[in-house]
Write a protein that binds this ligand. Sequence first.
Ligand SMILES: N[C@H](CCC[C@H](N)C(=O)O)C(=O)O
Length: 285
Amino acid sequence: MKVTMERYHGLGNDYLVYDPNKNELQLNKENAAMLCNRNMGLGSDGILEGPFIGESHMSLRIWNPDGSIAEKSGNGVRIFAKYLKDAGYVQKKNYKLVTDGGLVEITYLNEDGSRLRVSMGKLSFWSDEIPVTGERREVINEDMVFGRTLYPVTCVSVGNPHCVIPMREISKPLVCKIGNYSEVARYFPERINTEIMKVVDDSHIEIETFERGAGYTMATGTGACAAAGVAYKLGLTGNKIIVHMPGGDLQVEIDEDWNVYMTGEVFYVAKITLSSEFSEKLRTL
Ligand SMILES: N[C@H](CCC[C@H](N)C(=O)O)C(=O)O
């Protein structure tokens, strides 16, 4: 059984694209995790499975490296849109894609589709839509304990769940220290993505992220939308924000109805053919 995949990254957040229209292998929790394993597999921050071609729209399934399914991925949908163009699935400049976290709208900004703007849907701070435990409220600047330390946390859904903590200084060790506790904290029934955020000025923030089901990554599209939304909600910035991450920058804009738009690049790295031994191993998992 021959298995082929494509590797892309968005600002260093790397994904494998697995097209079920070109492969027989059925992905599952176990073989998806094996593929993402950086020692025994190909290594990746996740897998984008699709396109699943529906009546009106195409859809994709987003796998985290721990084998869990994510409702949405910002870098993931930009990468997937680039794949759709590279593979000849789309000719239009603008179209909608279905994710488990709702519809997103893609607009290519250049000829090869490597720069894109995505309408990522509506931000929600409501506890029951994130979800966060407790009575229904907007989760704004709430004291939460992660690893015996109290943090001022604002939570938001971008279609997937995020908790954002404003800080004077941020770093990879700090977000990993917090994230190891916050990801699985009792407040979050479906776990959580964590961003720590430094506000630079009215239109610039810097973040570090510890993703649900993935851990530390160099960039996060939904995390950038979440952090920018929180900065704007807390009155710390305007509604047009450059989000700086270790892997690079994304432009985020929030409109008056809390719809959020993200603009950024993606890069095609390689086409990959698995060995027959590895393909067979994945089939048995
Ligand atoms: N791990 C995330 C999905 C990917 C988020 C990030 N890679 C992005 O670009 O948005 C979750 O479980 O919700």
